[in-house]
Design a protein around this ligand. Structure first.
Ligand code: ZN
Length: 102
């Protein structure tokens, strides 16, 4: 009975293992994509302690834009460099703006 039992469940187990393999691969891809998006979103690892789903304060298009006081370019508020109540698009313009004030 043992051989007939294995002959029936062998292919089934193989199919399940194949399915499991692709499921793990899919999970890995999803995890990798999520990690990439989170890294680009909030510049930094989310830490070891996963506290459920992290609530995002705002989506990309809902984020407020601020204008560079030096060149007038609009940049997302999270990427802007702030100094003396003014906002700049980058560190170089912040320094130029500070120099222009003096
Ligand atoms: Zn600028």
């Amino acid at each position: 009975m043992g051989t007939r039992y294995n002959r029936f469940f062998g292919p089934v187990r193989d199919a399940m293992m194949r399915w499991l393999f692709w499921f793990v691969v899919l999970l890995a891809v999803v995890w990798w994509v999520r990690r990439r998006f989170f890294a680009a979103d909030s510049s930094g690892p989310s830490g070891a302690g996963g506290v459920g789903r992290k609530q995002r304060k705002s989506s990309g298009e809902a984020e407020s834009m601020v204008q560079c006081a030096r060149c007038g370019v609009f940049v997302p508020a999270s990427e802007a460099v702030r100094a003396d109540g003014q906002t700049f698009c980058c560190e170089a313009h912040r320094q130029e703006g500070a120099r222009a004030r003096k």
